[in-house]
Design a protein around this ligand. Structure first.
Ligand SMILES: CC(C)(COP(=O)(O)OP(=O)(O)OC[C@H]1O[C@@H](n2cnc3c(N)ncnc32)[C@H](O)[C@@H]1OP(=O)(O)O)[C@@H](O)C(=O)NCCC(=O)NCCS
Length: 173
C-alpha cells in the first residue's frame, strides 16, 4: 500500500517543514537546483513565515506544498515581479528524493498551471532548468511547456559555468 500524499497551498505553520525540505535537497549532490549546500539557503523559519504570508496576500504569487502524514515532501512556488513583468511568473519546484517518480512533481505543477490559467493577472509561466536535468525537462514537456532558448554559460554552480534552458507556457484567453 502506498501512503497518500496531497498538494495544497502553503500556510505559515509549514515554514519549518519547508526550510528543512529545501536544506535537505540543497545538500544532495547534483541536485538540479541553484544552490549546492544547505548553508547557501539563508532563510530562517521566521523569514519563511513572512514569505508564505506575502505569497498568500499576492495575486501573482503561489506557494504549494506536497505533504504526507504532516511531513513536507515537496515545495513549488511561482511569482511575478512588478510592472511589465507582473504577468510573467517564474517557478521553482523540488520533491524529496524518497518521493520522486511517484507523480508528486506533476501534481504540484498541474495545480500551479490550473491556478495560473484561472488567474486573470497571469499570462505566462516560465522556468529555467539545467540541460542535464532530464527528469524535470520530461515533466515540463509533458505538461506543455515549450523550449524557448538556452542561456549559455550563465550560471556558476560547483565551479562550472552552466547553461540554463528557458521553458515557458503562455495562457491565451
Ligand atoms: C524534477 C522533480 C521536481 C520532478 O518531480 P517528481 O515528483 O520526481 O516527478 P513525477 O513523479 O511527477 O514525474 C517524473 C517523470 O519523469 C520521468 N523520468 C524519471 N527519470 C527520468 C529520466 N532519467 N529521463 C526521462 N524521464 C525520466 C518519470 O518516468 C516520470 O514520467 P511520467 O510522468 O511520464 O511517468 C523532482 O524529481 C525533483 O525535485 N528533482 C530535484 C530538484 C529539481 O531538479 N528541481 C527542478 C529544477 S528546474
Amino acid at each position: 500500500m502506498t501512503t497518500a500524499w496531497q498538494v495544497r497551498e502553503a500556510v505559515p505553520s509549514d515554514a519549518a517543514g519547508i526550510v528543512a525540505h529545501i536544506r535537505r535537497i540543497a545538500d544532495e549532490p547534483n541536485n538540479g537546483i541553484s544552490i549546492s549546500s544547505a548553508t547557501e539557503f539563508k532563510f530562517t523559519e521566521v523569514d519563511e513565515v513572512e514569505i508564505i504570508k506575502k505569497y498568500a496576500e499576492s495575486d501573482n504569487r503561489l506557494m504549494l506544498v506536497a505533504e504526507v502524514e504532516k511531513a513536507i515532501i515537496g515545495v513549488a512556488n511561482c511569482r511575478g515581479s512588478d510592472g511589465g513583468y507582473s504577468h510573467t511568473l517564474s517557478f521553482g519546484i523540488t520533491v524529496n528524493r524518497d518521493w520522486r517518480d511517484r507523480g508528486v512533481g506533476t501534481a504540484m505543477l498541474r495545480y500551479m498551471i490550473d491556478w495560473c490559467r484561472a488567474n486573470p493577472v497571469v499570462h505566462r509561466l516560465e522556468l529555467w532548468v539545467f540541460p542535464d536535468n532530464v527528469r524535470a525537462i520530461h515533466v515540463y514537456e509533458k505538461l506543455g511547456f515549450q523550449h524557448e532558448g538556452n542561456r549559455r554559460a550563465s550560471f556558476l554552480k560547483d565551479g562550472e559555468f552552466r547553461d540554463l534552458l528557458l521553458m515557458g507556457m503562455v495562457f491565451e484567453r
